[in-house]
Design a protein around this ligand. Structure first.
Ligand SMILES: [Zn+2]
Ligand SMILES: [Zn+2]
Length: 347
């Protein structure tokens, strides 16, 4: 088969649109966080005061650079504010084509770290920020485009409880304000359908790590500090216990909590709490691309390859390496599938 001859029908036959990932956008965001676009009833008209003296174009340019929490707060002030925000091109695109990304940001409360322009820019990028493959998802803590493989595997996309971040990165008593944090939405997450019944407060791992490195000067100094603090706590506890045993009038010492084991599993539900599916807005063709999965990869049962997403552009090359070179082995299902590919003239 000539690479360029794959028809839309053939492409559809060789691929499938989605896997059930149970990410944040599967938690009823439209109901939990309605954007109420176009609903002006019940909101006072009024104007924007001195801001109205600016030309609309200039106002839009300024507003697109403010954080999404402030922007959506402003939008609620009155009808005029709503009209102005709704007229921002980037806001219109987000609401029309990726409303769950905005809903997700507002629902978990990361809007103060993300501008409207940043979210729009991420919709216009196709590639995963980490590996460069097609990224069909957004990580809404720092607003980065990611692929399934990376958000399930890479430490940067595993948000941490503040206490874990303090301990791991040798931070003092508080996580710096510059480190994005969020409160999760209760729901059913991961492909294993893990129920998360409470709202968890979590911080971005990569930013917390950077804050630790900045505080200590280097990765090794940060790690050494974290180790030293843990040893000091253990020594202090042992010393107080000894004094208490000898009859000293001191409060009963509390055993320092053991260092929590790092749970980097790909099935850790924390990895799914701030992830939404998001289309790529291809500015060359003015079209939306959600990406799709390769059926041959599914038949090959590769534990990770089948989560990869492709575009019409990248799939041709992939099929040459995957579907056309499928090793049938003694698997009757694969044999049947390859027979079907031959029958369809796809091999
Ligand atoms: Zn990736
Ligand atoms: Zn494949």
């Amino acid at each position: 088969m000539d690479q360029t001859s794959m028809s839309t029908a053939q492409l559809e036959a060789l691929t499938y649109p989605e896997i059930v990932a149970n990410t944040l956008d599967d938690q009823g965001l439209a109901r939990r966080c309605p954007l109420d676009n176009g609903r002006h009833e019940g909101i006072p008209a009024f104007d924007l005061g001195d801001l109205d003296k600016l030309p609309l174009e200039l106002l839009s340019k300024a507003l697109v650079q403010i954080d999404l929490r402030s922007l959506t707060d402003l939008r609620r002030v009155n009808q005029r504010a709503m009209e102005v925000v709704d007229s921002i091109m980037q806001y219109q695109v987000i609401v029309a084509h990726a409303p769950n990304s905005l809903r997700g940001i507002l629902a978990i409360g990361t809007g103060q770290w993300i501008t409207c322009q940043k979210l729009y820019d991420q919709l216009c990028i196709a590639d995963c920020d980490h590996c460069g493959a097609f990224g069909g998802y957004l990580y809404l803590v720092t607003c980065k485009r990611v692929c399934f493989f990376c958000f399930s595997q890479v430490p940067d996309y595993l948000p941490l409880p503040p206490s874990d971040a303090l301990q791991r990165f040798g931070l003092d008593r508080r996580i710096p304000k510059s480190v994005p944090r969020f409160r999760s939405i209760p729901g059913c997450y991961t492909r294993e359908e893990t129920d998360i019944r409470t709202r968890l407060t979590l911080v971005d791992s990569a930013c917390a790590r950077q804050a630790g490195i900045a505080l200590h000067g280097s990765v090794s100094a940060m790690e050494q500090h974290a180790t030293d603090v843990a040893s000091m706590r253990r020594l202090a506890y042992a010393a107080k216990r000894m004094l208490k045993a000898e009859g000293a009038l001191i409060p009963t010492p509390h055993r320092p909590p053991p260092a929590k084991a790092y749970d980097g599993r790909e099935t850790n539900p924390r990895r799914f709490l701030a992830i939404v599916r998001a289309p790529w807005l291809d500015l060359r063709t003015r079209s939306l691309e959600w990406g799709f999965h390769c059926l041959s990869c599914l038949y090959m049962d590769d534990p990770w390859q089948w989560t990869a997403k492709f575009t019409a552009e990248t799939f041709h090359g992939h099929f040459e390496e995957c579907g056309k070179k499928m090793e049938v082995g003694d698997c009757p299902m694969r044999r049947q599938y390859v027979g079907w590919l031959e029958y369809m003239g796809l091999l």
